[in-house]
Design a protein around this ligand. Sequence first.
Ligand SMILES: Nc1ncnc2c1ncn2[C@@H]1O[C@H](COP(=O)(O)OP(=O)(O)OP(=O)(O)O)[C@@H](O)[C@H]1O
Length: 261
Amino acid sequence: MIGQALQRQTFVPIPDFINVDSVSFRFDGRQLALGNVKLTIPLGQFVCLLGPSGCGKTTLLNLIAGFLAPTDGYVFVNGKVVDGPGPDRGMVFQDYSLFPWLTVLKNIEFGPDIAGMRASARRERAMHYLDLVNLGHIADSYPTQLSGGMKQRVAIARALAAGPKVLLMDEPFAALDAMTRSKLQLELIRIHELERPTILFVTHNIDEAIRLADRVLVMSPNPGRVVSDVTIDMEKPRARTSVEFSRLYDRFEAEIGLESS
Ligand SMILES: Nc1ncnc2c1ncn2[C@@H]1O[C@H](COP(=O)(O)OP(=O)(O)OP(=O)(O)O)[C@@H](O)[C@H]1O
């Protein structure tokens, strides 16, 4: 009895960190791009949004980022309604979006600088994240001198250095070759285990979703909506050769195939 009471007292529920509350969205004069999406994501979860082209993955990400406002419904992050972009949400795009006129280090310092952090502290912070993505040795290089994989690692470090609780990633590895993509997937898993940001990662690659996600949300179009919500509790990194991996692969392939036909 006493044990039970103690357990109850010390139990701290994980707060719902992102809450998409009955959200619909329509671009001007178009069909609904998203229809009545309801979603709750706890703090620290790594979630992949998986679905065919045009099902609204990027639109949903942009609504959570605050780049778009819902036509109906609300998005809450950490209990506050989203009414625009904010430093609690960092974005990583497919095309890296680094500032070509700044060195790698200055690119990463950009967010902390805007936030008013003093020079020595923001340098230390930038170096921490540069080391985290294994690029401490290229701090003084410029983005044009880097490979695609290196640019994307810098973009991830830059997003993390701004101190967001949520990392919104829009097909960040889609432009990379297969080997670099695989390597960056493993790096992202390691970074998530170390720093525990909440991650929302858009992909239309089933293999990538199963490798990365604690939870996969399958979306389908017309209007965009979540049709399947699957928790994956296999240990990471995940072997593609495992029975569970291929079972999930077949399941997602069927769901995406059926829903988009
Ligand atoms: N700026 C825009 N103006 C009008 N319609 C748009 C705009 N952006 C996207 N759409 C439409 O909204 C729907 C959802 O698009 P969205 O880009 O969110 O899908 P997606 O799942 O991210 O696709 P993809 O995987 O190809 O990037 C599509 O029908 C698309 O044509």
